[in-house]
Design a protein. Sequence first.
Length: 137
Amino acid sequence: MRRAQWEKPFTSRTPERRARGFFAPFARFDYTGGSPDRAKPTRSIDSPRERALEKVEPQMKLYVGNLPYNTSEESLRNLFSRHGHVQGIWIGNTRVGSPHGYGFVQMPDGSNAEKAISMLDGLQFEGNEITVHKARD
């Protein structure tokens, strides 16, 4: 007499093999503190990723906060153009055109943008102390 497939006992895989199959994606991590049969993943200190992070970005977007509500793009461009070429400016407004008091400045040279951050952060601009830092993506 033949058994139906669902009546067969599950003996093709032992519990150890089933667990190993489940944890296979995690096998490259060493949670036990050391395993002699498996080499730990190593990462070079001088990896390409770390070298790329140390490089100055070719262009940088800066956040400018606490702007006076009557700030124009022209006055903001004049302020930042002292420290390098300004590629673009955007000042935050509502749908009806009332300003929010913040903006973004795009600079094509990252080193000039870093200089602008260090020179302009905390500066009194049209009556307000502005905040300047690298914009979060």
